[in-house]
Design a protein around this ligand. Sequence first.
Ligand code: F6R
Length: 366
Amino acid sequence: EKGGYDHFMLKEIHEQPKAIRDTYRGRLLRNEAIIKMAGVEDNMKKFLNANRIIIVACGTSWHAGLVAEYIFEDLARIPVEVEYASEFRYRNPVITENDVLIAISQSGETADTLAAIKLAKSKGAFVFGVCNVVGSSIARESDAGAYTHAGPEIGVASTKAFTTQITVLSLIALRLSRAKGTISSSDFRHHLLELEMIPKKVEQALKSDAHIKKIADIYKNVSNFLYLGRGYNFPVALEGALKLKEISYIHAEGYPAAEMKHGPIALIDENMPIVVIATKKGHYEKVVSNIQEIKSRKGKIIGIVTEGDIQVRDLADHVIEVPESLDSLSPLLTTIPLQLLSYHIAVLLNKNVDQPRNLAKSVTVE
Ligand code: F6R
């Protein structure tokens, strides 16, 4: 059932090319240059008239929501707020009939997310669900939605659910940008082409597995990790840190790279590994100067870079390459080495990768 892999998590990491392809299949029609999603099409007026989109989710799904915030604002020019479902529902939020609420949940059963939906519906907002489990409570409770087609995710640490959530949310953002006219037809086509190429590029990124395992072996005994990224890759830094915490029990924090100097920089010394996402298109020069700041404090740098990069390679202790893509789609690639890094560290430490202590696959308690 693990298909020859040692763990479900590793199997699911490797399933991502297929999961992403399955998620855009039938929706991304490149030859016709259209995106077809019934749940969006049928409710286009609601989306186009929305004052804002509120995204609610928990954990990894919340990180996918943060990536979506960047895409929706960048491409579709719709204001977005991303909320932890648990905070949103308890703080007497301002919700109106002109709000669209997008709930993201792999299991579709997360209690706080479900409660946030019910609250939004009671105030007249339109609720759109992005779930993986068909027929789940959140899917049923939503007014409309789009499934991720990741297939069953057994490993408690979410991997393919995350990348397929980003895929669905990218499709929605692109569809809305086209409808709003905030994207040119040539840019739109370019995005479709790039999205279609992601599965192949994920395959390419997965080939760094053995190299990543060696890096994991070097750092497996440290007690703290820092993850830094900017823009589209800031949420990826959060997700990388969460993955490491969950399955290896090593303390890790994700930060926007520029926030480092407002506190976390105090932690940096020769014992601190810092994973920095430094792909070519995402504020590259700014990230390089953050890397220089880390280096002058003797932190150990693991750079996630675009293939062929030389500048970061010169500064970093290790680099892991991912193929080049659009900035907006880069999280689908930069996430891969971070998943593998935490996987290998956890395995080397003999941890129960698929069922980490204290965690459950679906959190149905509040
Ligand atoms: C992280 C993880 C959790 C879930 C969170 C939300 O690897 O699995 O943080 O992402 O519990 O779960 P869903 O998406 O099912 O609502």
